[in-house]
Design a protein around this ligand. Structure first.
Ligand SMILES: Nc1ncnc2c1ncn2[C@@H]1O[C@H](COP(=O)(O)OP(=O)(O)OP(=O)(O)O)[C@@H](O)[C@H]1O
Ligand SMILES: [Mg+2]
Length: 271
């Protein structure tokens, strides 16, 4: 099945397209012919039972793994099989591509070193100081704005090592945002996070989506938050796409209910 449309305006609306994607590990077909597309500027959910192939898809899309066959297109350009840094440079990142926080740097410093234009910035500082200064100011402003968005502003001068687990999650997302991605893939960002912070993280994602137009792909077992923030949800099962729709539509879909939605959350996450 090919998902690319001949209509150029429809192609222009697609941020990410996965087409007949396959990846096996030994005899296990983890991703078995999955096809879906993610529209620009949306928050799209990717859900499905344990072992459905979601993380393998994320690994294929972000370049941690190479597909056996099929296509992955970012803005219409093939990215399947490229290295993670090449895919990152084209504007698609996943949170754990951002290295661990630097424990001995402050929260603010952590954001500054995560900015996407570090190479350019160094060049400017060395060879074009006046441009460098303006960019520096812009960078600091962007970092401050991101800190405010994520509620980390009061902690800006704190060493990263002193943050709680939940605050480190916020820092990880903030640093991903500083890399200025077009598409941000999040694999279970709410796992192990307390309910109050889940709510907050959800609000931050919505705000970034609105403010910066970042396209989000959210792999998540917490369906409450998926329902709240995702305009479209892709259900995968057995390595392939089972259905696409809003959560309300999917709840009425018998195949989806049988494959995934029938059990409660504890069954879904296998805990
Ligand atoms: N590196 C690997 N080597 C062998 N098998 C793997 C590997 N990675 C994933 N698998 C298998 O591929 C299938 C899909 O796994 P994957 O982690 O992609 O599922 P998932 O949808 O992310 O599940 P979960 O919701 O539990 O995170 C599973 O059967 C898993 O055991
Ligand atoms: Mg997974």
């Amino acid at each position: 099945m090919t998902m690319i449309s001949k209509d150029p305006s429809a192609v222009a609306k697609v941020a990410l397209e996965v087409d007949s994607l396959k990846k096996s590990f030994g005899g296990v077909a983890a991703v078995d012919g999955a096809s879906f597309s993610v529209e620009k500027g949306t928050i799209t959910g990717l859900i499905g039972p344990n072992g459905a192939g979601k993380s393998t898809m994320v690994n294929l899309i972000s370049g941690a793994l190479s597909p056996d066959s099929g296509h992955i297109r970012l803005d219409g350009q093939e990215i399947g099989g490229l290295e993670p840094h090449e895919i990152g440079a084209r504007g698609l990142i996943r949170t754990f591509q951002i290295s661990r926080e630097y424990p001995d740097m402050t929260v603010m410093e952590n954001l500054i070193v995560s900015a996407s234009n570090q190479g350019e910035k160094l060049f400017n500082v060395c060879f074009r100081p006046s441009v460098g200064k303006k960019r520096d100011r812009e960078l600091v402003e962007r970092a401050l704005h991101t800190l405010i968005t994520f509620g980390l502003y009061p902690l800006r001068n704190e060493y990263a090592r002193n943050l709680s687990g939940g605050q480190k999650r916020l820092l990880e997302l903030s640093r991903a945002v500083m890399a200025d991605p077009k598409v941000l893939l999040l694999d279970e960002p709410m796992a192990g996070v307390n309910p109050a912070l889940i709510e907050k993280l959800g609000e931050h994602i919505v705000e970034l989506n609105k403010d910066l137009g970042t396209t989000f792909v959210l792999v998540e077992h917490n369906l409450e938050i998926v329902e709240k923030i995702c305009s479209k949800v892709i259900v995968v099962a057995l390595g392939t796409t089972l259905a696409v729709g809003t959560m309300a539509e999917l709840r009425k879909n018998k195949a989806v209910v049988e494959a995934y939605l029938g059990g409660d959350v504890r069954e879904r996450v296998g805990s």
